[in-house]
Design a protein around this ligand. Structure first.
Ligand SMILES: [Zn+2]
Length: 149
């Protein structure tokens, strides 16, 4: 997958999830991976990075491979997923801290400007509430300020 031009932020949109435990985070990620593989027929989970409630960052699909997370716009588009449903809850502080620092790092590494950081619902092909109201607000505020942090 080259070159990288966009980063898109998602929530999992399942039930509200407050668990910080590592094993339960892995279980939730694995259930998403199984759904993508078995129900969608994809080779792997569609997102490149997953951030759990404790702020741990997990690798999903390796960055060398195109993701599967935005309809018709996966080329050069990194997919970042936060565990939880942000129409029903807010991201945890640790989750937001990890998201902010990881987005900054991805932006530097791949030379992606802030105006190419999107949320799922902002893509014109998307018909989704993803990444949920509270995470959307966080991203709106960050981009309005002109920096993510
Ligand atoms: Zn999404």
């Amino acid at each position: 997958m080259t070159p990288i031009n966009f980063i898109t932020v998602h929530h999992d949109g399942m039930s509200a999830f407050y668990d910080m435990d590592e094993r339960n985070s892995v279980n939730r990620i694995e259930s998403i991976r199984r759904f993508h593989r078995d129900n969608r027929g994809w080779g792997d989970i569609g997102y490149h990075y997953i951030i759990d409630r404790a702020g741990r960052i997990w690798e999903g699909r390796p960055i060398g491979f195109q993701g599967a997370h935005v309809g018709n716009h996966n080329e050069g588009n990194i997919g970042v997923l936060l565990l939880g449903n942000f129409d029903q809850q807010s991201p945890s502080t640790r989750q937001l801290e990890s998201l902010n620092s990881y987005l900054n790092s991805l932006m530097r590494t791949h030379r992606v400007p802030i105006n190419r950081i999107a949320t799922h619902r902002e893509w014109e092909t998307a018909s989704t509430a993803c990444p949920g109201a509270t995470l959307q607000t966080h991203m709106d505020n960050a981009r309005r300020r002109g920096w993510i942090g």
